[in-house]
Design a protein around this ligand. Structure first.
Ligand SMILES: [Fe+2]
Length: 337
């Protein structure tokens, strides 16, 4: 695969030979001769790969690697370090500093070209995956924001749910157990109430208590959301997120003590993602204005959730909530009505 390469070496003959070989193989090469220019050249050229001499005049490799790995734009850049020294301690220091690979001078040229091609291909695949992930996140958030509009939560309920869920999940990981699908749970959680789109506005926006028939219809939003999301999963949308979203949409009104709906699931029968979103969703609903009531304060909403520990909510999730709840109001400030 062809790419852009930054070559940094103070030896003219190395720059000349490497540039010729890499250019003949179709790559674009920019060569520099000192460590001071390295980081800025990476920012300017946006290379797919850097090949760097271990010892050059100017800024040292370790310092350049720290700059690269500390910068969001350059932290993933593959860096092959070339060196004339086979001192094992020095080589392991180079890798510890963040280099991707080390090659001894003079490198076998076929091996160099093979490695360059492999790193560039890998970098392209990673960039494509990151782009797809960004597009996926954006698509989910857009659907969630649209679904939230009718209830007067503007375009921001999904953003609040996303960020509050992330805080809650990180706290859960610290106190209770790891969540390998943390990012996916946060994203899927934004669609927890998407089934309300299927419920008439006369019910969703009713400025008073629902009667028994209306309540029954309202409760079908769990199944409606789960069915729509399951169709999305079948049509090929990101399956991990969609599977979580189906479980969350279906089970976010279940209660830990088994008295929730639609299925009366109890305790760990309720998917963990739904138990997490249930706390975030209730907090967000309570602190939002509704046609039939004013918004509750943070303290009032927090009290209601703590009182539901072990009855409405998973006690471990509420424990995780207790340690981060004080940060929820700042998220509402960032994403108001
Ligand atoms: Fe709901």
């Amino acid at each position: 695969m062809i790419g852009r390469i930054l070559l940094a070496d103070d030896a003219l003959h190395i720059r000349t030979i490497f540039s010729k070989i890499l250019t003949n193989a179709g790559h674009f090469v920019k060569a520099i001769d000192n460590g001071d220019d390295f980081f800025q050249s990476v920012l300017d050229l946006k290379p797919d790969l850097a090949i760097v001499d271990l010892h050059m005049p100017g800024r040292e490799l370790a310092e350049n690697m720290a700059l690269l790995r500390g910068c969001a734009k350059t932290k993933e850049l593959p860096v092959i370090v070339i060196t004339g020294s086979d001192d094992e301690n020095e080589l392991s220091e180079v890798l510890e500093a963040g280099a991707t690979d080390v090659m001894l001078k003079p490198p076998n040229l076929n091996q160099l070209l093979n490695r360059v091609g492999a790193y560039i291909a890998n970098a392209r695949v990673q960039a494509m995956e990151q782009q797809l992930e960004r597009e996926r996140d954006s698509l989910f958030l857009t659907i969630a924001r649209l679904a939230d509009c009718r209830e007067g939560d503007g375009a921001f309920q999904a953003d609040r749910v996303l960020h509050c869920t992330e805080l809650l999940c990180r706290s859960y990981e610290e106190r209770i157990a790891p969540l390998p699908q943390l990012r996916e749970i946060c994203l899927a959680g934004t669609l927890y109430d998407v089934g309300k789109v299927a419920i008439p506005s006369s019910i969703v926006l009713k400025p008073g208590a629902l009667n028994a028939q209306e309540r029954e219809l309202m409760e079908t939003h769990c199944a409606a959301g789960a069915e729509s999301l399951a169709l999305g999963a079948e049509s090929g949308l990101d399956s991990d997120v969609m599977e979580l979203a189906v479980g969350i949409a279906e089970s976010h009104h279940e209660r830990w003590d088994g008295t929730g709906y639609p299925r009366g699931l109890k305790g760990p029968e309720i998917p963990l993602a739904a138990r997490l979103i249930s706390v975030v969703g209730v907090y967000d609903a309570l602190t939002s204005e509704r046609p039939y009531r004013k918004a509750l304060s943070h303290e009032q909403a927090q009290k209601i959730i703590l009182e539901g520990k072990g009855s409405q909510f998973d006690p471990e999730v509420v424990s995780a909530f207790e340690t981060v709840a004080h940060r929820f109001p700042e998220i509402r400030q960032r994403f108001p009505h």
